[in-house]
Design a protein around this ligand. Structure first.
Ligand SMILES: Cc1cc2nc3c(=O)[nH]c(=O)nc-3n(C[C@H](O)[C@H](O)[C@H](O)COP(=O)(O)OP(=O)(O)OC[C@H]3O[C@@H](n4cnc5c(N)ncnc54)[C@H](O)[C@@H]3O)c2cc1C
Length: 468
C-alpha cells in the first residue's frame, strides 16, 4: 500500500506505527482486536472525501471510527491488516447554535459531551445522553442510531437529526444540511445513513434538533416487588407526567446486588436489595409548578396501593448525580465480575414481565452457572438482559456459553416479536444472528441498498450484513 500517496492527498494525520494505531484497533470492551494498514485522521469533510477517493482508487476498505465506544465491534478493523481506519475525531467543531430555530450544526467528531455543553451555553438541551458521552461522537451516535437514557422522552439519535452531510463510497461529498422539520422531497437518504454503522456512507456534519434547557429535575429511586409492578409504575408515571417523564430505568436484584458487592459506594439507596428497582427522572421548565410535590403525590398513591415498597427522592443535584451513578456503574461492576454475556433486546413494554419470566426460566434451567444481571431502559422496552458467572465459574467457561445463551435468549425475544439489537447496532456481534431472523425479502432489500450505495463493498465490510 502506497501510504506516501495517501499522506499527500489530504490534510490531517496518518498513523502507521503499531503503538500509535493500538487505541484504534481494539474496541472499548476489549473483545475485538484487529490490525490496520494505517489510521487516517482528516481535518475537514473535504479531506474525508479525498481519503475515500484514494481508498476507492486503491481498492482499500475503510473502517469509519468515532470515539470507539461502540459495543458491537463495528468500529474495529478485521485481522487482515489491509484495512484503513478512518477516524473522524479531528472533525470536532461546533459550527453554530441557532436558539430561534432550536438547531445546532456540528461536525461528526464532536463528542456528545461537547455538543451538550455547547447547547447548554445557549440555554438549550441536546437531549441525547449516555454514560459514554465523554468519548462517543455525534457521528458514531448517528451511525448507530444511539438511544441512551433520555430516549423515552426525546427519541433516539434519528429523531434528533434534521440534516446530514456525508461522503459517499465513491468519495463525493453529499451535503443536505437542512434545518427543516418538514421536508418531503423524495427518499430519505439521511434516514438511510442513520443507523447504517458506516456501511453506506461516512457522516461528516449534522444538523441537530435541540430543546429549551429544563430548569427543574426530580430524580427518584423506587423499590418494587415484581416486574409487573415495575411496569405499572412506568405506566402510571407516564400517564400522569407525559410531558415530564424523561427517564425510566430498571435495575433487577441481580444487577443491584452486583453493584453493592463490587462497587459499594454506588449502591442503590435502600437498606436491603428489593426484587427490582426503578430510577425515574422528571424534568420541566420554570413554568411547571409543584412538579416535585405532584411526583410525591403519585409515589404515596402507589405506596398506599402496595404497588411500590419504598421510594427516595433526591434532595438536590448532587444526590441526583449519585442516584444516576448507581445505575451507570452496573456495566463497570459487571466487568469486574469477569467475562459477561450481554444482550441489548427490546420487546413491547407490556410484554416485559412475561418476557423476563420466560427468559429467566429457560436460562436458569439450562445455564445454572450464570447469574442474571438485568437492567436497562424500561420506558423504551429496552433491556440489557445480561449474565455474569456465579462465583467459581471461569471466564473460559462463560466464553464457551456465549453462543448457546445468545440463541436461547434471542429465540425468546423472537417469540415476543422483539428486537435482538435495540440500541447498540449489529456490527460483527449481532450480524449473523440478525440475519438468521430476517425474512428473504428483507435480506434482499438490504443487499440491494448496500449494492447501490457501496458497489465495491469498501465501506466497513464484514459489518451489519453477512457476505459483504
Ligand atoms: C459505558 C458505555 C455506555 C453506553 N451507553 C449507551 C447507551 O445508553 N445507549 C446507546 O445507544 N449506546 C450506548 N453505548 C454504546 C456507544 O457509546 C454508542 O453506540 C455510541 O453511539 C458510539 O459512538 P462512537 O463515536 O464511539 O462510535 P464508534 O464506536 O467509533 O463507532 C460505532 C459505529 O459507527 C460507525 N461510525 C462512527 N463514526 C461514524 C461516522 N462519522 N460516519 C459513519 N459511520 C461512523 C463505526 O464504523 C461503527 O460501525 C455505551 C457505550 C459505553 C462504553
Amino acid at each position: 500500500m502506497d501510504l506516501d500517496s495517501l499522506r499527500a492527498c489530504f490534510s490531517g494525520r496518518v498513523l502507521t506505527k503499531s503503538a500509535d494505531c493500538e487505541p484504534f484497533v481494539l474496541d472499548w470492551r476489549k473483545v475485538w482486536r484487529g490490525r490496520a494498514a494505517a489510521v487516517a485522521m482528516p481535518d475537514t469533510p473535504e479531506d474525508v472525501a479525498a481519503v475515500v477517493r484514494w481508498c476507492a482508487a486503491n481498492r482499500v476498505s475503510i473502517v469509519p471510527q468515532g470515539g470507539n465506544t461502540g459495543l458491537s465491534g463495528g468500529a474495529t478493523p478485521d485481522a487482515s491488516g489491509d484495512q484503513l481506519v478512518l477516524s473522524l475525531t479531528r472533525l470536532n467543531r461546533v459550527r453554530s447554535v441557532d436558539p430561534v430555530n432550536n438547531t445546532m450544526t456540528v461536525e461528526a467528531g464532536c463528542t456528545l459531551h461537547d455538543v451538550r455543553a455547547a447547547a447548554a451555553e445557549h440555554g438549550r438541551l441536546f437531549p441525547l445522553n449516555m454514560a459514554s458521552a465523554g468519548s462517543a461522537t455525534i457521528g458514531g451516535n448517528l451511525a448507530t442510531n444511539a438511544g441512551g437514557i433520555e430516549a423515552l422522552r426525546y427519541g433516539t439519535a434519528r429523531r434528533l437529526c434534521l440534516g446530514i452531510e456525508a461522503v459517499t463510497a465513491a468519495g463525493e461529498l453529499w451535503s443536505s444540511l437542512r434545518s427543516l422539520r418538514k421536508d418531503n422531497t423524495g427518499y430519505d437518504l439521511r434516514d438511510l445513513l442513520i443507523g447504517s454503522e458506516g456501511t453506506l456512507g461516512i457522516i461528516t456534519v449534522a444538523v441537530l434538533s435541540v430543546v429549551p434547557q429544563p430548569t427543574q429535575r426530580v430524580v427518584v429511586w423506587i423499590a418494587i416487588g415484581s416486574m409487573q409492578h415495575a411496569c405499572m409504575v412506568f405506566q402510571e408515571a407516564h400517564g400522569h407526567f407525559p410531558a415530564e417523564l424523561t427517564s425510566c430505568e430498571l435495575v433487577s436484584a441481580g444487577a443491584a446486588g452486583l453493584v453493592e458487592r463490587l462497587m459499594p459506594s454506588a449502591r442503590i439507596p435502600f437498606a436491603g436489595i428489593p426484587p427490582c428497582a426503578v430510577l425515574l427522572e422528571f424534568s420541566a421548565g420554570a413554568h411547571r409548578h409543584s412538579l416535585e410535590s405532584d411526583v410525591e403525590q403519585l409515589l404515596s398513591s402507589l405506596s398506599n396501593r402496595s404497588v411500590i415498597i419504598d421510594a427516595v427522592v433526591a434532595d438536590g443535584p448532587s444526590q441526583a448525580a449519585r442516584f444516576w451513578a448507581s445505575r451507570e456503574h452496573i456495566s463497570e461492576a459487571q466487568a469486574r465480575a469477569g467475562a459477561a454475556i450481554k444482550h441489548d433486546i427490546a420487546v413491547p413494554i407490556a410484554a416485559i414481565p412475561s418476557f423476563v419470566a420466560e427468559a429467566d426460566r429457560v436460562v436458569e434451567r439450562e445455564f445454572p452457572e450464570l447469574e442474571l444481571i438485568v437492567f436497562g431502559h424500561l420506558g423504551d422496552g429496552n433491556l440489557h438482559y445480561n449474565l455474569s458467572p456465579r462465583q467459581g465459574v471461569s471466564n473460559d467457561r462463560v466464553n464457551e456459553l456465549v453462543q448457546p445463551v445468545n440463541r436461547v435468549v434471542h429465540d425468546v425475544v423472537r417469540r415476543f416479536d422483539g428486537s435482538i439489537s435495540a440500541e447498540h447496532g449489529l456490527g460483527v456481534l449481532r450480524r449473523d444472528e440478525a440475519d438468521r431472523y430476517r425474512s428473504p425479502v428483507e435480506r434482499q432489500l438490504m443487499m440491494a441498498v448496500k449494492q447501490a450505495l457501496d458497489p465495491l463493498g469498501l465501506l466497513n465490510p464484514g459489518k451489519v450484513l453477512p457476505g459483504w
